[in-house]
Design a protein around this ligand. Structure first.
Ligand code: FMN
Length: 403
């Protein structure tokens, strides 16, 4: 099946990358955390497990009451050598001049390993917890202005003024600059029209939650169209996130998947909050979650290994669709997304630490090897095509000489 989609990928292959989770405690949808919200030792152990098992980057997420991800990320960056950081940040919690300096300082601490994930916020109630009263569409407009300001601060060495709809300041210049030149990458997520417009214009990496291949292809087209509409000649790289459930046999993997969803449902029935950002049992306001619920209502299984009951059981929480099977099956399922144009694969299990190790040991090497093969094949095809064109030109030249 994948072979027919090879042509969809862009001409210059990017290496495939793996994003894991930088949780600050061991809690997940299936298990309440065993200690404090910021468990320093666990934070480091989990990040180190990612670094030691082939992952490229980890996400420090943002929630209104959660530990501040920026100092947690600085801690990890100072203790580990290679692992890159994706720092989630909500514009409503700090002025862009301040945030740009935090990011530049963190890029210095991490020696150029920072990417910033700008979060608009999909839920009014959660945003209101930290004083944000804008509507979602207004928030997207603010995020867009915010990202533009941060990019400008990162790259401008002369004082400048800004007069925008959401921010006004004068004579500002930062004295701290990122290591990465010209600047760290901007990551962005959301599935509403306002999200595509803002992210299509500003993002280097556009993040989607795992959906079936057809719906993912549709979202990729929306992102590309938005980038083009914004006058860009490039397109954001695409990242897609899943919850892999792997085991040595298909049968064991499916048993594990059913146990997982059973544990989530049991916690919800007891009235426990299985996800932090969700507002009880209310219908989600963000399009991304509404899409996940609609897809789950349409069916439980899609494509090679996608399974939706984990999304249904969490009320369409962010990144909640599972990929179930042996490491080989899950790797092949991920490669189907690679063939669609996705080159950053995000994954997180339900036992965060053990699953990060297993996925890194058993799935990542298969995907990397297959991606290298596909890229080599494509390069050979391109070379053959160039040879044919050169030969064609040679014949034409000869014809011109002799004609
Ligand atoms: C990969 C990814 C990570 C996200 N991380 C966070 C997060 O840490 N905190 C948060 O509040 N929202 C997070 N979001 C939510 C989005 O940034 C966005 O605010 C929301 O999905 C908007 O909804 P929309 O689909 O209606 O556009 C994340 C989204 C994606 C795709």
């Amino acid at each position: 099946m994948p072979a027919c989609r090879h042509h969809l990928r862009k001409a210059t292959p990017m290496p495939v990358e793996f994003l894991g989770i930088a949780a600050t405690n061991d809690g997940s949808e299936t298990t309440p955390r065993s200690g404090a919200a910021f468990d320093k030792d666990y934070t480091l152990r989990l990040a180190r497990a990612h670094e030691d098992h082939g992952w490229d980057r980890v996400l420090f997420a943002y929630g209104s009451g959660s530990p501040d991800p920026a100092p947690a990320a600085a801690y990890i960056a100072s203790r580990l050598d290679r692992l890159e950081i994706l720092l989630a940040h909500r514009p409503n919690v700090s002025y862009p001049t301040f945030a740009a300096k935090t990011f530049a300082t963190l890029d210095q601490i991490s020696e150029g390993r920072l990417t910033v994930h700008f979060i608009t916020g999909g839920n009014d109630h959660e945003q209101g917890r930290e004083g944000d009263t804008l509507t979602k569409d207004e928030r997207y407009a603010r995020t867009r202005e915010y990202i533009r300001i941060v990019k400008k601060i990162w790259t401008t060495h002369e004082p400048f003024d800004h007069e925008g709809a959401h921010y006004r300041f004068h004579d500002f210049v930062s004295d701290v600059f990122p290591v990465q030149q010209p600047r760290p990458k901007v990551s962005f997520g959301g599935s509403s029209p306002a999200a595509y417009a803002a992210g299509g214009a500003e993002a280097d990496i556009y993040c989607l939650w795992g959906e079936p291949l057809a719906q993912t292809a549709e979202q990729i087209e929306n992102v590309k169209a938005a980038a083009k509409a914004a006058g860009r000649t490039d397109v954001p790289r695409i990242q897609v996130a899943f919850r892999p459930v792997i085991a040595p046999t298909e049968e064991l993997a499916w048993e594990k998947a059913h146990r997982t969803v059973g544990a989530i449902r049991a916690r919800r029935e007891k009235g426990e909050a299985v996800t932090k950002r969700h507002n009880g049992h209310a219908q989600p306001e963000n399009t991304g979650s509404q899409r996940l619920i609609a897809i789950a209502e349409e069916g439980e299984r899609y494509d090679r290994a996608l399974w939706t009951p984990t999304a249904a059981a969490t009320g369409g929480a962010g990144n909640s669709n599972a990929l179930v099977g042996t490491p080989e099956t899950v790797a092949q399922a991920l490669l189907d997304y690679y063939d669609l144009g996705v080159d950053i694969l995000s994954a997180r299990g339900y036992d965060l630490l053990d699953d990060a190790i297993d996925f890194g040991r058993y799935v990542i090497p298969i995907v990397r090897e297959e991606v290298a093969k596909r890229d080599a094949e494509r390069e050979a095809q391109r070379e053959a095509h160039r040879d044919t064109e050169r030969a064609g030109r040679g014949t034409q030249n000869l014809a011109a000489v002799h004609g």
